[in-house]
Design a protein around this ligand. Structure first.
Ligand code: ADP
Ligand code: MG
Length: 547
């Protein structure tokens, strides 16, 4: 094919794909525009995961009648004038790409009024071109409605996840902006249901209570070091209040929500030694930094920033966090002692011997409160008690499930669980599945639920946490059979005996007896080995008895 310059329409569609990746990107751009316009109230409504409809209503400054069409031109912006302005950006937008990009991939309606106009301006755009314009009344502010996102982009539609997942992304996004702008009243309605509502009180703790629940909000520790450069402010969790993922890290740079490996590391370093392995804190931090010290123009979505002096930012964040954490007495963290093995571990893992079933084993003892030492007819077995128990419970759960005979345990004291908007969204769509596994959750106020029953295998104390972890693993879209496996895995992991827990000989015997009956005794549900084995002949070789 000869080289040619692409037609404008094609260019704009290609470029639009960079800004508008999924429905949540549209919501992000529209909400950022509302915030840039000084809105104190932003109401968002989405239907069908944002594919059918997204509407953002604000009470900001509005757009002048004469400029409404211009706002939909590529690189049309009121936020910067010259290249030097790029170094002092304090607004969320500045590239002048959002409105034209959205209009290139959806039908868009806008109704807006600025203080200089007596009436509002209504404009309807199809395929990026205005097809209807009229005067309509409206109080100060802007309403943008986006219909049929990606209707003409089947390839993009195909890549989107289910409406649950997309709604979840939107709920998370709104939660982040609410945390970043506590003075702004936000509301989010998903498919007609109020998913999030903040008061705009200006108090971060109030917003946090709306997003993650009151109990958590009350316990968070405050960082308020705004006089230093960079300034660091926000809330971080005490070491005993943790989550199993980094999904509860919220970082803002000059109130812009960003993802940052650098900031994550700073926080992890601050908590070093205070948390159990695999646990992560809950963090909401704003970094205020002179705009010339950062570059936000890294990517069209502006979710990443570059710091001019990243080391000083990392240190400032780490120190600020360490200072508030140091004010609290350090909790005792239980860590399992490492297994004192004289010989290299590799020695213990015999390759090539694929045992289909376990021989009868005699328990010899427990090592490091984590491993069961047992003797078989042909050698020595070291069994990881947690992994082995996980395997047993996993198969039990799946067996009960396939015979539809789940054993349930009612709770004498129902457990109150407060969910984030994203978690609630997952519960709403996948709750039935949890119910089939024996959970009974009943609504109890805004995003608050009472856990009344759980599967009988669950012995762990932190049931709320277990439910949260489950919802987290269910948030993505999987094949139905994978979903069930995930639930069984998660339940097994939560309920299995932990490493570091001492067991009686009787308990060890019982565990091995049950392990013998599983279909795949050699590996835990995650695929890690449940045991290492040292054969008698290997032992003899090691001791030079049988050269
Ligand atoms: P950018 O935000 O990068 O300037 P956009 O395409 O998002 O580019 O918006 C173009 C312009 O339209 C903005 O610069 C602003 O002047 C105006 N605008 C968009 N949305 C709003 C809104 N909700 N309220 C007031 N003005 C708006
Ligand atoms: Mg914008």
């Amino acid at each position: 094919m000869p080289i040619k310059v692409l037609p404008r329409e094609v260019i704009s569609k290609i470029a639009a794909g960079e800004v508008v990746e999924r429905p949540a990107s549209v919501v992000k751009e529209l909400v950022e525009n509302s915030l840039d316009a000084g809105a104190t109230q932003v109401d968002v409504e989405v239907w069908g995961g944002g594919i059918s409809l997204i509407r953002v209503v604000d009470n900001g400054s509005g757009i002048q009648a004469s400029e409404v069409e211009l706002a939909f031109h590529r690189y049309a912006t009121s936020k910067i004038n010259t290249i030097t302005d790029l170094q002092s950006i304090l607004t969320l937008g500045f590239r002048g790409e959002a409105l034209p990009s959205i209009a290139a991939v959806a039908d868009v309606e806008i109704l807006t009024r600025s203080a200089s106009d007596a009436a509002g301006t209504y404009l309807y755009l199809r395929n990026g071109t205005p097809t209807k314009k009229e005067k309509r009344s409206r109080p100060l502010g802007t309403t943008v409605t986006v219909h049929h996102l990606f209707r003409d982009f089947p390839a993009r539609l195909k890549f989107l996840k289910s409406t649950t997942t997309e709604s979840g992304h939107i709920a998370n996004l709104l939660s982040q902006y609410a945390l970043s702008f506590p003075r702004v009243r936000f509301s989010l309605v998903i498919d007609g249901r109020l998913a999030l509502h903040t008061q705009g009180s200006g108090n971060l703790r109030d917003v946090l209570a709306e997003v993650y629940g009151l109990e958590l909000a009350q316990q968070m520790l405050e960082i308020d070091e705004v006089d230093q450069v960079p300034g660091v402010s926000g809330l971080i969790s005490p070491p005993l209040m943790t989550r199993s993922t980094r999904g509860y890290f919220s970082f803002f740079v000059n109130r812009r929500w960003v993802r940052s490996a650098l900031l994550s590391r700073a926080i992890e370093d601050a908590y070093k030694g205070l948390l159990m392995e695999g646990r992560h804190p809950i963090v909401v931090l704003n970094i205020s930094i002179p705009p010339q010290d950062i570059d936000v123009n890294v990517h069209p979505t502006k979710i990443e920033v570059k710091f001019r002096n990243s080391q000083s930012v990392r240190t400032a964040v780490q120190r600020s966090a360490e200072r508030v954490l140091a004010k609290r007495p350090p909790p005792k963290v239980k860590t399992a002692a490492p297994l004192p093995l004289a010989s290299p571990l590799s020695l213990w893992i015999t390759k090539g011997k694929e045992m289909t079933s376990l021989p009868v084993l005699r328990v010899v003892g427990q090592l490091a409160n984590s491993y069961i030492m047992a003797e078989g007819p042909d050698g020595l077995y070291l069994i990881d008690q947690h992994a082995a128990h996980e395997r047993i419970l996993f198969e039990k759960m799946l067996a009960q499930r396939s015979t539809k005979r789940i054993e349930i345990q009612g709770l004498l004291e129902p457990v109150n669980i407060e969910l984030s908007p994203k978690e609630e969204e997952t519960l709403k769509r996948k709750g039935e599945l949890l119910c089939e596994f024996g959970f009974s959750l009943e609504p109890f106020g805004t995003r608050s639920f009472l856990l009344r029953a759980v599967p009988a295998i669950m012995k762990g104390t932190n049931l709320a946490e277990a439910v949260r972890v489950l919802l987290d693993s269910l948030a993505s879209d999987d094949e139905p059979s994978k979903r069930e496996e995930k639930i069984a895995q998660s339940l097994a992991c939560h309920s299995a005996v932990k490493a570091g827990q001492s067991l009686t000989t009787e308990e060890m015997r019982e565990l091995i007896r049950q392990l013998e009956q599983t279909a795949r005794a050699q590996t835990c549900p995650h695929g890690r080995p449940t045991m290492v084995y040292l054969s008698s002949s290997q032992l003899e070789r090691e001791f030079g008895r049988n050269p």
